[in-house]
Ligand binder design. Structure first.
Ligand SMILES: Cc1ncc(COP(=O)(O)O)c(C=O)c1O
Length: 454
């Protein structure tokens, strides 16, 4: 066999053989029981987790450590819009992780500017700031709103005259201090009081309540265009229009939290694009970087003019790997015509669910748009989630009685049929628990019995 005399080549061969043996000797993944024991003993008990260890996914399916396959109608809670292991996403992550995972916001990277440009084109906004998560984007949006509300005559060290932030009942905006301060659910807020001052809640879709609380001291009204965690409740056009006109009249900002409902989920780039007017700011995260952590604040030139270097920032936000992946995600949504797919699959799901609602009288209502659907039950929803897991379907339940469906944008017609078959079996075989007295108690707006999930 030919022997090399080049010492460099020798080293490379040595490294290659070391890498080979490292591969052979790589520690095997711990056994399921050991993983669960470690989690139980060493993790903060912040989540009520199922005793399942997921190991990988492909397309609209995920697999657990015991080899069981699940149809994923949860999508990592609206994150995995392209399902799992999308080949174009895998390719970009492989390529870019070998080039630069992190640089610094003290310099430019190749992807932040082009990504901001595409997001501006999608949203109709002018400028973008990148964060690492949804809650962090909300924090930035609240800071920008306070900054925008500050007049040159306000004393620099004291609160601005225009400081109040209106948010909605039944809202969810995240877990950081600012985000939890604009989240209405008491169990998320009260243990951490006192919270950020100046926040007031408006009854959901209640225009009279909005009008009574809006004046010149308001710097922003923040709303989820479709409430997600709250149980899939879309803001009405009447409420949006009034929020828009009051914000304009009083020099306040209308901020749309599109972290769950934005970036295509409704079959439009942004959920607010069904309304005749735009917000002053939109906040996105979840699916943006196809599973890598990335959020963004999109806003107008007028708002952007109030910010200056040093007033806001982040170490990780907008790194090259996350931005390259996000740019590919946006390209895939366009080049694979996913908005049209979302609308087509949503219609099939809607028809199928309406059909099921005629067979099961404990289905009270079907709400939502696109691939963001709530199936409200008049009974406890948790047993249906467990039964679904047993049968290899991932869904979840919000507010005790609303089953939430957030499937990937790449869902196929066959997978819709598979879901409907599975879901019917689950509805038919789950033991039914307590009847919920008034499931609509958290939201004051009246809802039609069956709302189209278009
Ligand atoms: C509408 C909405 N806003 C904000 C957040 C918070 O985002 P993150 O969990 O990335 O901080 C969420 C998360 O579920 C959300 O659904």
């Amino acid at each position: 066999m030919h022997k090399t005399k080049n010492p460099k080549m020798k080293n490379i061969k040595k490294m290659a053989s070391a890498a080979g043996s490292a591969k052979k000797a790589a520690p095997r993944a711990p056994k399921t029981e050991a993983i669960l024991r470690d989690a139980d003993k060493f993790l903060l008990p912040t989540y009520k987790r199922q005793p399942i260890v997921f190991t990988h996914g492909r397309g609209c399916y995920v697999y657990d450590s015991r080899g069981k396959k699940y149809l994923d109608f949860l999508g990592g809670i609206a994150v995995n819009a392209l399902g799992h292991a999308h080949p174009r996403i895998v390719k970009v992550i492989r390529r870019e992780s070998a080039r630069a995972i992190h640089l610094s916001n003290l310099f430019h990277n190749s992807f932040q500017g082009p990504l901001a440009r595409t997001l501006a084109e999608w949203s109709g906004m002018d400028r973008v700031f990148f964060s690492n998560s949804g809650a962090e984007a909300i924090e930035g949006a609240l800071k920008l709103a306070r900054l925008h509300g500050r007049a040159s005559t306000d004393a620099p060290a004291s609160p601005a005259r225009k400081y109040r932030i209106l948010a909605l009942d039944n809202s969810f905006h995240g877990r950081t201090f600012g985000a939890v301060s604009v989240t209405s659910t008491e169990k998320y807020r009260l243990p951490f009081a006192p919270l950020v001052p100046g926040v007031e809640f408006v009854r959901f879709n209640d225009v009279a309540d909005l009008e009574s609380k809006f004046d010149d001291t308001v710097c922003a009204i923040l709303l989820e265009t479709i409430q997600g965690e709250g149980g899939i409740y879309p803001v009405s056009e009447e409420f949006w229009n009034r929020a828009r006109s009051l914000a304009t009249k009083h020099g306040a900002l209308l901020i749309a939290d599109e972290i769950q409902c934005g970036l295509g989920r409704t079959g439009r780039y942004f959920a607010y694009q069904k309304f005749p007017s735009k917000p002053d700011m939109a906040v996105v995260a979840k699916p943006l970087a196809a599973g890598l952590p990335l959020g963004a604040i999109l806003t107008t030139e007028a708002v952007a003019q109030r910010i200056a270097p040093g007033l806001h920032g982040t170490t990780f936000g907008g790194g090259p790997l996350a931005c390259a992946t996000a740019l590919e995600f946006l390209n895939i949504v366009d080049s694979e015509n996913l908005l049209a797919n979302i609308r087509a699959r949503a219609e099939e799901l809607h028809d199928g669910l309406v059909d099921l609602a005629t067979k099961f009288d404990f289905i009270r209502e079907i709400r939502g748009e696109g691939l963001m659907i709530g199936v409200e039950l008049s009974i406890d929803g948790a047993p249906f989630v467990s039964q679904a897991l047993d049968r290899g379907l991932l869904i979840n339940c919000t507010h005790d009685h609303t089953l939430r469906l957030l499937p990937p944008f790449i869902l196929s017609r066959a997978q819709v049929r598979q879901f409907l078959r599975l879901f019917e079996k689950i509805l038919a075989t789950t033991p039914q628990k307590a009847v919920v007295a008034d499931p609509a108690k958290t939201v004051s707006a009246s809802q039609p019995a069956l709302v189209a999930a278009r």
